[in-house]
Design a protein around this ligand. Structure first.
Ligand code: DX5
Ligand code: ZN
Length: 237
């Protein structure tokens, strides 16, 4: 983990790369997890999709339980499912350390976040590209992290939506104004080409799927992304 910077908008300047296993080879998942840990990943992003909230289906609690046995990395479980409150206890039991729910999927968002906190897990809220950051105003003091989607959720390997950077800047400003200390995470389309822009906008946790697993060596890819992120924190204004 690397710590940098002291700008007034940064309350949490710890930068982490969270490889998304969605782009890994599921038949070699253990190896692919160890590879990113060796490259300097300090968090593992786990995408859970139900075929309803998003048009794709991925994994459930049994795979999280297997990952828990295979690595000490904290598991950052991103729930892209309807009625997440029905499944949160199962993911917590399986070993999820961080659990994030979509604002758009939670009719009683406050209650759902309370549930995650009650299970002593880091609670996160996620917004889709079409959801304004202002919709989070009343829950910002009860989350550990806010996850800004920079693609429409459902698939790895999509193109980064630049508007997400404005959301990150707005969230960083809201955080400074309220003296909150949630961390800002981004997810979707982040690569070596745009990671510097993402970090300069104020992101502390960078999810990367294809940018880590699609080409080349996953360890080297994480190392390279971390280095670029580190350099970019020095350029924050
Ligand atoms: C998209 C998922 C992402 C995805 C990111 O719905 O939430 O975590 O795996 O993959 P890339 O980095 O390839 O866009
Ligand atoms: Zn995700």
């Amino acid at each position: 983990m690397l710590e940098f910077g002291n700008s007034s908008l940064e309350t949490n300047a710890l930068i982490e790369i969270a490889p998304s296993i969605l782009s890994a080879d599921f038949a070699r998942l253990g190896d692919h997890v160890h590879a990113v840990a060796a490259g300097g990943a300090t968090l593992l992003h786990v995408d859970v999709m139900d075929g309803h909230f998003v048009p794709n289906i991925t994994i459930g609690p049994p795979v999280v339980a297997s990952l828990r046995k295979a690595t000490d990395l904290p598991l950052d479980v991103h729930l892209m499912i309807e009625n997440p409150e029905q499944y949160i206890p199962a993911f917590a039991d399986a070993g999820a350390d961080w659990i994030s729910v979509h604002q758009e999927a939670c009719v009683h968002l406050h209650r759902t976040l309370q549930m995650i906190r009650g299970l002593n897990r880091n609670a996160g809220v996620v917004i889709n590209p079409a959801t304004p950051v202002q919709t989070l105003e009343d829950v910002l003091d009860m989350v550990d992290h806010v996850l800004v989607m920079s693609v429409n959720p459902g698939f790895g390997g999509q193109k980064f939506i630049p508007m997400a950077l404005d959301k990150v800047r707005k969230l960083a400003a809201m955080r400074a104004e309220r003296r909150s200390n949630f961390r800002i995470e981004i997810d979707g389309g982040v690569t070596a080409e745009n990671i510097a822009d993402v970090v300069r906008a104020g992101v502390e946790i960078v999810v990367a799927g294809n940018g880590v697993y699609a080409n080349g060596n996953p360890s080297d890819n994480v190392r390279r992304l971390l280095k670029l992120a580190q350099e970019a924190t020095l350029q924050r204004v």
